[in-house]
Design a protein around this ligand. Structure first.
Ligand code: SAH
Ligand code: SF4
Ligand code: F3S
Length: 440
C-alpha cells in the first residue's frame, strides 16, 4: 500500500506528517511522493486563515477526481479536520477525517473505511504527545530535523483558531526529546528545531519530582553534541524569560535567532488581541535580548487590519518595526476565524482595501529593513552549516548563519552537513552572498 501526504500550515504539521508516516509504516504503508500511484491520499491541513483553507478545498477536489478515477482512499487530517469535523465527510465526500490527536487510530480507521462507511475521529486529548513514535523524516537533505516538544496551546489570542484545533497545552517527556536529538545526530543531522506553539511555557513534571523548564530542555538538547545546532520556534513575548536568553548565550550551538511574533505595535490592539503584553514590554524584551546577544537574529509575525484598527494603531506597528529592524517577518491580513473570541465579540470592520493597503505598507517597510539588516553584514565573517546546493545556482552551496540568515557560497570541497566559515561580499534582502574564508 502506498501513502501520499500533502502538508500545509506550520512546522508542527510537517512534524506531524512524519509521525503519521511512522504510524502507518508499521502497518505496511510505504511513502510515495507521487499522488498518481498512491492507495491512500491525505492532506494534513491548516485552518489559521481563510485563504489557507480555501486553497486546501481546491486541492481536495483534485483528490476526489483521483478517487473517482481509480478508487484511492482520500482523507483530511490536521487542523481543518478538527475545525470542520463531519462537515468534511458530508460536503467534501472524503473517506476519512482525523484530528491532530487521533493519529494512532489511523490504521484501524483506514481498515474500516468503505464507500458506505467513511471514518472520523476528531477527539482531542489532554496527554497525547506521540512521545514514543520515531518520526519518518521527510526532509530531502538530512541536515535539519524538526522535533515536536509540546502540543496544543493554552493562550486565547482572540484572533486565533489554533487552541480550538490543537487543544490544551501539554509538554512531552524531555528524555524522549533528547533521545530523538541523539538519534538524528547519529544519522548525520546537524541541526534540530524544537517546536511548539509557545515553547516558553514548556514544563515537564516527572513522577520523581523532576521539573524541566524550556531553558533546561534547551541546554539538555544542546549538550547532545557541540556539533548539533539547536533552534526553536515559537516564542511568546509575554513568556520569554531572562533565564532562557541567558541559557541561549551560554552555548555556542544554540542558534542566535528568536522568532518573536509581535502581531501589532499598538498596545490597544494587543489588548484586544489578548496577547497579554504591551508595546513597551515587547520593546523591553528586544532590548534584553540584544543586551545579552548583540548578534541575535530577530524575526516576527504581524497582522494588518485587526478589528477596529485605526490609522494611528497601524502607524504604531510601522514605527515598532522601524525601531526593532527585524531581519524578516511573516505578514498577514487579519482573517476572521469562526468560533474565536474576536469573531464573537468584535466587528471585522477594517475594509478589505484598507487591510490590503496597510499590509503592503508593512511589507514595503519590512523589505527595506531586511535589506538594511542583510547589507550591514557585508564584510563580516560567519560560521555556517552547509545545507545543500543553492536553489538559484547549483554550482554554489547554501547554508544559514546562527542568526538564521541564508548564505550562498562556492562549493569548494564542502559537503552537506559540514560547518564552514564564510565572508559576506554582497547582500540582497534575503540572501548573503559570500566567499569561503581562507583557512576556514
Ligand atoms: N503560536 C504562534 C503562532 C501561530 S499562528 C504565536 O503565538 O506566535 C502563526 C501566525 O499566524 C500568528 O503569529 C499570526 O501572525 C498569524 N495569524 C493567526 N491567526 C490569524 C488570523 N486569524 N488572521 C491573520 N493572521 C493570523
Ligand atoms: Fe494562537 Fe496565540 Fe496560541 Fe499562538 S499563542 S497559537 S497566536 S492562541
Ligand atoms: Fe495551521 Fe494548525 Fe499550524 S491551524 S498554523 S497547521 S497549528
Amino acid at each position: 500500500m502506498k501513502l501520499y501526504i500533502e502538508t500545509y500550515g506550520c512546522q508542527m504539521n510537517v512534524a506531524d506528517t512524519e509521525v503519521i508516516f511512522s504510524i502507518l509504516r508499521k502497518e505496511g504503508y510505504e511513502r510515495t511522493e507521487d499522488m498518481a500511484e498512491a492507495d491512500v491520499i491525505l492532506a494534513n491541513t491548516c485552518s489559521v486563515r481563510d485563504n489557507a483553507e480555501q486553497r486546501i478545498h481546491g486541492r481536495i477536489e483534485q483528490f476526489r477526481r483521483e478517487k473517482e478515477r481509480r478508487g484511492a482512499i482520500i482523507g483530511i487530517v490536521g487542523c481543518m479536520a478538527e475545525r470542520l469535523k463531519e462537515e468534511l465527510l458530508e460536503k467534501r465526500k472524503v473517506d476519512i477525517v482525523v484530528g491532530p490527536d487521533a493519529y494512532r487510530r489511523l490504521p484501524e480507521l483506514l481498515k474500516a473505511v468503505s464507500p458506505q462507511s467513511p471514518q472520523i475521529d476528531v477527539l482531542l486529548s489532554r496527554d497525547e504527545t506521540y512521545a514514543d513514535i520515531i518520526p519518518v523524516r521527510t526532509d530531502k537533505l538530512g541536515v535539519s530535523a524538526f522535533i515536536s516538544i509540546m502540543r496544543g496551546c493554552n493562550n486565547v489570542c482572540s484572533y486565533c483558531v489554533v487552541p480550538y484545533t490543537r487543544g490544551v497545552e501539554r509538554s512531552r517527556d524531555p528524555h524522549t526529546i533528547v533521545r530523538e536529538a541523539c538519534e538524528v545526530f547519529s544519522k548525520g543531522y546537524r541541526e534540530v528545531t524544537l517546536l511548539g506553539q509557545n515553547v516558553d511555557s514548556y514544563l515537564w513534571k516527572g513522577e520523581d519530582g523532576e521539573v524541566v523548564e524550556f531553558a533546561d530542555l534547551l541546554a539538555m538538547v544542546a549538550d547532545v553534541s557541540p556539533l548539533l545546532r539547536v533552534r526553536f520556534s515559537t516564542s511568546h513575548p509575554k513568556d520569554i524569560s531572562d533565564r532562557l536568553i541567558e541559557t541561549m548565550a551560554s552555548r555556542e550551538n544554540i542558534c542566535r535567532h528568536i522568532h518573536l511574533p509581535v502581531q501589532s505595535g499598538s498596545t490597544r490592539m494587543l489588548e484586544l488581541m489578548r496577547r497579554k503584553y504591551t508595546r513597551e514590554w515587547y520593546l523591553d524584551r528586544i532590548r534584553k535580548i540584544r543586551e545579552v546577544m548583540p548578534d541575535c537574529g530577530l524575526t516576527t509575525d504581524v497582522i494588518a487590519g485587526f478589528c477596529t484598527e485605526t490609522e494611528e494603531d497601524h502607524r504604531e506597528t510601522l514605527s515598532l518595526m522601524e525601531e526593532v529592524g527585524f531581519d524578516w517577518a511573516f505578514m498577514f491580513q487579519y482573517s476572521e476565524r469562526p468560533g474565536t473570541l474576536a469573531a464573537k465579540k468584535y466587528p471585522d470592520d477594517v475594509p478589505p482595501e484598507v487591510k490590503t493597503r496597510r499590509l503592503s505598507e508593512i511589507i514595503d517597510l519590512q523589505n527595506r529593513k531586511s535589506l538594511e539588516s542583510y547589507r550591514r553584514d557585508i564584510g563580516k565573517t560567519f560560521k555556517v552549516l552547509v545545507e545543500g546546493p543553492s536553489k538559484r545556482d547549483p554550482a554554489m552551496l547554501s547554508g544559514r548563519t546562527s542568526s538564521s540568515k541564508m548564505c550562498v557560497f562556492p562549493a569548494g570541497n564542502l559537503h552537506t552537513g559540514d560547518y564552514t566559515t564564510v565572508t559576506v561580499l554582497d547582500a540582497t534582502s534575503a540572501t548573503l552572498i559570500c566567499n569561503l574564508t581562507p583557512d576556514a
